[in-house]
Design a protein around this ligand. Structure first.
Ligand code: GUN
Length: 292
């Protein structure tokens, strides 16, 4: 069993980007600049956004964190997005999800200029992704593709089961894996909360991408020997033995599944750091595109 080391691969990618940035800057070009908008004080969202901003500093990008209170109105948020759309110094920006319930998420995502939408969530970019046209690929699926590629995991003709149909992970992942690409050409099945005989399907999978948001849902008895496991889940599970009062768990029961897997991502240290690396890659791409 091989651990798919997202920390290592993401550091490799960040090193590659840092080299490109120093070349750009040495050539007198503008430094790439990512902005992140956070609304409210959700603990996990704050952790993710801070990690994104810190990663920018580490590789030589400029970054701006726009921290808005929980009771921010949709109107004020849309105004902020409009400012970011027109600010030439900002190459790309993200609005961290989920948003507070009183804000229409779809309306917000649609207000982002597709050329600055480094999360790849705008319908224009989702459409381009589905049609295999050049665009910003959503960071988590992009990170998974990159991880599979860099470990030379064969996907062509394999049975891939994507667990979950979210707009951020499951849906784009299923589209990308079915396309003609190095980590693609797979036969993809999407399973979700209404799927019947789930374990009959997961047992036939050569590769499983678990993105359902239920901690330790996928157990060893649901998979076959040699399966490749990508665990997208990250949930805080109460744990009194830990000083912070919780531990992080994935959607996969690591102990039982890892006994049968040929490759598996850990949580933390698997998909999470890859997501951040690919967001930076998209920001570099945005800068290169704005250069014209
Ligand atoms: N919330 C969970 N994942 C993501 C992501 O990739 N981007 C944004 N903006 N919000 C998220």
């Amino acid at each position: 069993m091989t651990i798919l080391d997202g920390n290592k691969i993401s550091n490799d990618i960040k090193d590659e980007i840092a080299k490109e940035v120093s070349l750009m800057v040495a050539n007198g070009e503008k430094t790439p600049h990512l902005a992140a908008v956070l609304v409210g004080t959700d603990g996990a969202s704050m952790t993710y956004v801070n990690a994104k901003v810190k990663a920018c500093e580490k590789i030589g990008f400029n970054s701006t964190l726009i921290d808005l209170p929980e009771d921010t109105t949709e109107e004020v948020l849309l105004e902020k997005i409009s400012e970011l759309n027109t600010n030439d110094d900002i190459d790309g920006f993200i609005v961290q999800l989920p948003l507070p319930k009183h804000i229409d998420e779809q309306k917000v995502l649609m207000a982002i200029d597709p050329d600055k939408d480094v999360d790849g969530f705008h319908p224009t970019n989702v459409g381009k992704m589905a049609l295999d046209l050049p665009t910003f690929l959503p960071a988590t699926p992009y990170g998974i593709i990159e991880l599979l590629e860099r470990y030379n995991i064969e996907t062509s003709g394999k049975n891939v089961v994507v667990m979950g149909r979210s707009h951020i992970v499951g849906r784009p992942m299923s589209i990308l894996m079915s396309q003609k690409r190095k980590a693609g050409d797979a036969t993809v099945t999407v399973v979700h909360s209404r799927t019947k005989n789930l374990d009959e399907i997961t047992k036939k999978a050569d590769i499983i991408v678990a993105a359902i948001g239920i901690s330790e849902f996928l157990t060893g008895d649901m998979v076959k020997e040699g399966v490749v496991i990508i665990d997208v889940g990250i949930t805080r599970v109460p744990d009194e033995t830990k000083q912070r009062g919780y531990r992080l768990a994935g959607d996969v029961h690591f102990e039982s599944v890892s006994k049968k897997a040929s490759y598996i991502t850990p949580v933390p240290g698997g998909v999470g750091p890859m997501t951040i690396a690919m967001l930076l890659k998209n920001t570099l791409l945005a800068r290169e595109r704005h250069r014209g």
